[in-house]
Write a protein that binds this ligand. Structure first.
Ligand SMILES: C[S@@+](CC[C@H](N)C(=O)[O-])C[C@H]1O[C@@H](n2cnc3c(N)ncnc32)[C@H](O)[C@@H]1O
Length: 313
């Protein structure tokens, strides 16, 4: 019994840390453990190197983008984008009556498009479609759009001498192109073509109904005024009227050449303020604010007030 007890005491000493064989075994286990860990450790180092490489990529955007980002941030800082309602954050576009003045900075006209979607707009008109490039781009972003009416003469207007060199053949080719690239939307009854003068098409559309109208047909003062007057009633209160080329005739000529002189109206009147003048005069007469993009040939936007009383209503 005593011997047995002695043996077991020796065994426990064998396994104690002071025993040399225990030390060797431990070193062996430690080395094997390290060897097993080696591939994982290498992988980790590799991943870290990749992460460092990503971080060390140039982080400064090119100047134009940087400029836009700065302006965007400055504008966003000024814009009251949220309000508290029963403890929930309401973003400006989720408000019952979102306002154009709360829209964020719009560098280019393509930056308008995501807001049409966010604002849950569903009905629009584009006046002056040409090859349909803007229409296609608009609908590719504005996925909730259910109706998008396309108005263009796609031909010569006897009352309007269009500056530029487009022949009838050009106009017909433009129409074919627009029909072709917008076919997926026409097949789903979203787009509908109105091959006629803008002012002749306007009475075909329901008043106080559309969320968004974009004007980009004629560019002289009288014609833009006529189109604004014809399409403003089509908007429902809160809807957005927008259009291209918020610019006067001398600036257009300076940028595009004498071919694009918009200073003469159909009746021969000289009005060099062209699109910009017509939009400014309408805004002044209705007491509206004008918001524009910032790309040279800017897009202008105006909102029909929610309490607007249409003379037709
Ligand atoms: C500048 S382009 C439109 C470009 C298009 N919005 C885009 O960005 O892709 C102007 C278009 O207005 C059309 N147009 C000119 N006078 C018109 C009129 N009185 N009624 C309807 N469309 C007209 C022209 O046929 C031309 O296709």
């Amino acid at each position: 019994m005593a011997r047995i007890r002695q043996k077991s005491r020796n065994k426990s000493r064998d396994e104690s840390c002071g025993n040399p064989s225990f030390i060797f075994k431990s070193i062996g286990f430690f080395c094997m453990f390290q060897l097993l860990r080696l591939p994982r450790a290498t992988h980790l180092v590799h991943r870290n190197a990749a992460a460092e490489e990503a971080v060390s990529l140039p982080s400064t955007p090119p100047p134009a983008v940087e400029e836009e980002t700065r302006a965007f941030k400055a504008h966003s800082a000024l814009t009251p984008v949220v309000e508290q309602k029963r403890g929930t954050e309401i973003l400006w576009w989720q408000k019952e009556k979102p306002l154009l003045k709360d829209w964020p900075y719009l560098p280019e006209r393509r930056h308008i498009l995501p807001w049409l979607e966010k604002l849950k707009f569903t009905k629009g008109i584009e006046v002056g479609v040409q090859r349909g490039f803007l229409a296609r781009r608009t609908l590719s972003v504005w996925k909730s759009c259910k109706e998008y009416k396309l108005v263009d003469l796609w031909g010569a207007d006897p009352n309007y001498k269009q500056p530029g060199r487009d022949t009838i053949a050009h106009h017909h080719a433009h129409l074919r192109k627009a029909q072709n690239i917008l076919k997926p939307y026409t097949d789903r009854s979203i787009t509908e073509f109105f091959v006629m003068r803008s002012v002749d098409a306007a009475p075909l559309f329901q008043d106080s109904y559309y969320d968004y109208v974009y004007l980009d047909a004629r560019h002289d003062y009288c014609a833009v005024k006529e189109d604004i007057d014809a399409y403003w009633p089509k908007l429902r209160p809160g809807g957005i009227l927008a259009g291209h080329d918020f610019i006067d005739a001398p600036s257009a000529v300076a940028a595009l050449g004498p071919n694009k002189d918009w200073s003469h109206c159909e009746d021969g009147t000289l009005e060099p303020r062209a699109v910009k003048g017509a939009v400014e005069d309408f805004a002044a007469s209705e007491g509206l604010d004008i918001v524009t993009t910032h790309e040279g040939f800017d897009t202008w936007l105006m909102q029909k007030p929610y309490d607007y009383k249409d003379s037709t209503a």
